[in-house]
Design a protein around this ligand. Structure first.
Ligand SMILES: C[C@@]1(CC(=O)O)c2cc3[nH]c(cc4nc(cc5[nH]c(cc(n2)[C@H]1CCC(=O)O)[C@@](C)(CC(=O)O)[C@@H]5CCC(=O)O)C(CC(=O)O)=C4CCC(=O)O)c(CCC(=O)O)c3CC(=O)O
Ligand SMILES: NC(=O)C1=CN([C@@H]2O[C@H](COP(=O)(O)OP(=O)(O)OC[C@H]3O[C@@H](n4cnc5c(N)ncnc54)[C@H](O)[C@@H]3O)[C@@H](O)[C@H]2O)C=CC1
Length: 214
């Protein structure tokens, strides 16, 4: 069955991660970046996990997993190096909980993709669990194609789109204008740091459409 791709809002949602090693650390990092309310249960942890706990970014329970730990959690990630514990985490969960078991793709109700992050632009890559190494390799390739300028470029296009949507243009003109704003010259000016020129040109386009298109 095909996986359903989705970008989830996890702000304030309770997430439990069982285990605090390298794999757990990667999963916890992205949960924290999404503003999730993270609890970790693990007798020992990586330095990064210890630091997050010390900074109050997550709640750490330094002990082995117990089935009651999953109560209240919307998302549960079983990331220990003990297959029996990971299975017990899965078995403790109810059908309403989203579960990821790092060594059992067959038990996962969701999997974690590889992600290229450029500000609000996120490009997620999944291989349907067939080869995570391929997802990572492709992520690295895509990263070379979409550089750091995409952080600003995405924000710029977002701001321009909001402006365009706020004008009462007819559907066709709106589409045309939005598509013109996607022209590569705006990306080019973002790359070269010619912000003023980029913003002026965008402004000109918008104003032209506003007056001629009314
Ligand atoms: C099903 C899934 C469940 C999940 O974790 O959500 C899963 C499962 C498993 N991974 C395993 C191994 C490795 N995983 C990685 C890396 C990543 N794994 C990630 C996701 C996923 N891994 C989900 C499917 C994603 C998809 O659809 O492709 C990434 C993308 C996201 C993330 O973890 O944040 C992240 C790359 C992030 C990045 O850098 O971009 C590496 C490479 C490395 O670590 O350098 C290796 C070693 C090489 C190899 O084995 O291929 C094993 C065997 C474990 C064992 O040997 O016991 C299993 C279990 C199994 O397959 O049975
Ligand atoms: N899905 C993925 O992306 C990947 C999955 N894996 C799988 O993930 C497993 C974990 O890998 P690492 O994080 O590198 O291992 P690790 O050895 O760095 O960490 C294991 C963690 O599990 C914790 N732990 C052990 N028993 C526990 C218990 N009873 N309750 C709570 N916590 C417990 C330990 O305290 C430790 O923090 C591997 O065994 C492998 O099967 C490995 C690579 C990638």
């Amino acid at each position: 069955m095909r996986l359903y791709p989705m970008m989830a809002k996890l702000q304030g949602k309770r997430c439990l991660v069982v285990g605090g090693g390298q794999v757990a650390e990667r999963k916890i990092g992205s949960l924290l970046a999404a503003g999730a309310d993270v609890a970790v249960v693990s007798p020992s942890c990586s330095q990064a996990v210890e630091e997050w706990a010390g900074a109050g970014s997550l709640v750490l329970f330094r002990r082995p997993f117990s089935p009651e730990d999953v109560r209240e959690a919307v998302i549960v990630i079983a990331a220990t190096n003990d297959p029996a514990v990971n299975l017990a985490v899965y078995q403790a969960c109810g059908p309403h909980q989203w579960v990821n078991v790092v060594d059992r793709p067959d038990l996962c109700s969701f999997t974690v993709p590889s992600v290229v992050e450029r500000g609000d632009l996120q490009i997620a890559i999944s291989t349907g669990g067939h080869n995570p190494g391929l997802a990572k390799k492709l992520r690295r390739q895509v990263e070379t194609q979409f550089g750091p300028e995409y952080v600003e470029y995405t924000a710029f296009l977002g701001a321009m789109r909001s402006r365009v949507l706020a004008l009462s243009l007819d559907e066709m003109r709106k589409r045309e204008l939005l598509s013109e704003l996607l022209d590569d010259r705006f990306l080019h000016w973002t790359r070269t740091g010619e912000r003023e020129r980029r913003d002026l040109e965008a402004e000109k386009l918008i104003e032209q459409t506003r007056w001629t298109g009314a």
